[in-house]
Design a protein around this ligand. Structure first.
Ligand code: B12
Length: 151
């Protein structure tokens, strides 16, 4: 586990991941997104939270501006099978395919394989301990680092 506020935690990663946590569409549930954002920030990651009701373009703008390694989508309105592929396509279109997509919220277990097949790195269902989210991103970034020069 990384100590808070370190550029590198000494676990082998060259740097800490940069993360955008985003809410797209009309979904007004923001507790999970805020908790995840705070947890990742407290672990030392550089985290931007977009706020509620963002368009996909606004989310991708934040990803590009922040040079995010991960974008975390919080989806509790039942529109995840529509929004997630649109975000992935928009990232590719804007040259941000390096950014890994993780998703959390009210998602049926049966839909997880389809989301993963579309390119989602991990799906987190309700009840996931916040520490498990932090651990996943930390471990994934350590095992598969993203070079600063990647497109
Ligand atoms: C609190 C709540 C509300 C609050 C929201 C307050 C707020 N500011 O967030 C209020 C009262 C406003 C509300 C309103 C509505 N709600 Co509501 N709400 C809930 C409730 C009870 C809890 C959600 C919550 O906060 N959970 C706590 C957080 C911490 O958990 P979480 O968000 O799931 O996050 C965890 C994981 O999912 C994951 N995660 C989530 N996001 C992310 C993001 C990333 C990047 C990662 C890695 C992980 C991750 O990690 C978190 C930690 O485990 C749920 C029922 C439920 N049991 O989930 C219904 C629920 C989400 N609501 C529902 C509905 C229908 C509504 C309304 C449409 C009701 C209405 N007719 O008005 C409105 C819609 C409002 C809107 N504009 O969107 C439905 C959604 C159904 C669906 N998607 O199919 C639910 C599931 C209730 C139900 N069983 O029907 N709601």
């Amino acid at each position: 586990m990384c100590p808070p506020n370190s550029d590198s935690c000494g676990c082998g990663s060259a740097r800490m991941p940069r993360v955008v946590i985003a809410k797209v569409g009309l979904d007004g549930h923001d507790r999970g997104a805020r908790l995840v954002a705070n947890t990742l920030r407290e672990s030392g990651m550089a985290v931007v939270y977009t706020g509620l009701r963002r368009t996909i373009d606004q989310v991708v703008d934040a990803v590009v501006a922040h040079r995010a390694d991960y974008v975390g989508l919080s989806l509790l309105a039942g529109d995840h099978m529509v929004q997630v592929p649109k975000v992935i396509a928009a990232l590719r279109q804007r040259g941000a395919a390096r950014t890994r997509v993780v998703v959390g919220g009210i998602i049926a277990k049966q839909q997880v394989p389809e989301l993963m097949a579309q390119g989602v790195r991990q799906v987190f269902l309700p009840g996931t301990p916040l520490a498990a989210v932090q651990q996943f991103i930390h471990d994934d970034f350590q095992r598969h680092p993203i070079e600063e020069s990647s497109p």
